[in-house]
Write a protein that binds this ligand. Structure first.
Ligand code: ZN
Ligand code: ZN
Length: 82
């Protein structure tokens, strides 16, 4: 229901509010505005980043030097809630 879908114009559209953009941006938008926190399968414990796939979360954490440093200090990097 809340997932981004491809339309005829090769753009993705949010079914909840009609916002259209590139796929990755619509997915971000849907996760941020329409999906309750407990419905998002993966989330970063160091910021508000949320995503649907574990590899996306891994990429996110690896991409930020700050995250790598903080994660090693805290001993916690990834929270999986499902
Ligand atoms: Zn929307
Ligand atoms: Zn993060």
């Amino acid at each position: 229901m809340w997932r981004a879908v491809d339309d005829r114009h090769k753009k993705y559209r949010c079914r909840a509010c009609g916002k259209a953009d590139r796929k990755s941006r619509v997915v971000d938008h849907v996760l941020k505005y329409h999906v309750p926190m407990d419905r998002v399968p993966f989330s970063c414990s160091l910021c508000n980043f949320r995503c649907l796939e574990q590899h996306e979360l891994m990429d996110h954490v690896r991409k930020y030097r700050r995250h790598i440093d903080e994660a090693s200090k805290l001993g916690v990097t990834i929270r999986q809630c499902s």
